[in-house]
Design a protein around this ligand. Sequence first.
Ligand SMILES: [Fe+2]
Length: 228
Amino acid sequence: MSFIKELALIKRWIDFKILGRVKDQRVFVLDNFLPEKEFTHIKNIALQAKEEFFREKSSFRSGAALGLHELKKSTCSPIVDALIKPTILKKVQQRTKIHNLKFVSPEDRNQISLLYYRFGDGIDWHFDGNIYLGQRWAGIYTLHEKTGERSKLELEINKKMVTFKSLSNTLILFQADQIRHRVKTLLKDEERLVVNLLFSPNPEISKNPIFRFYQSMVNKIFYGKTDR
Ligand SMILES: [Fe+2]
């Protein structure tokens, strides 16, 4: 059974990357995601920790990232507690109407990560990889974005570029392996602090060595670690 799912994952990759067939281009914008008080609480924790914890030494990607395992050991652990719980998952399921959505396994450091960007940081247009047998839904939850009128997150939906207004306390959900996206380079005095969450209706990990290798390289770029 999982062999068939492995083949389906390869087919999805070929359809999209080689044949250029457009897949699911849905984007969900869940505004006012947390109650204001809770949102402010975790935002302040992240803002206080940003200088202390975030490394700047990645030679591949500018900016800084902390994955689940590092977050749990840090003063930012309340952010994990506030977001990785059944009531949050239920809220996402209800507002997206994708009722079988699940968090990916806590073994995967991408289940939740905290990303900090400042002057000169950004990621050029790209697709994420997918090591899961089910769809891979990235949830970008913005804690703080001091970047002028428009969001720095840009998506290419049906060949049109889409940006957003202020994204504070908003969760954007999309399949990042199906929708091209970028984080536009931050200008002087700009700052962006976001939580990335990862969901899948079937968070079973592929055994395909190529997809797994790609993911370990992405982990190296983001967190300086090659394991999950
Ligand atoms: Fe991405």
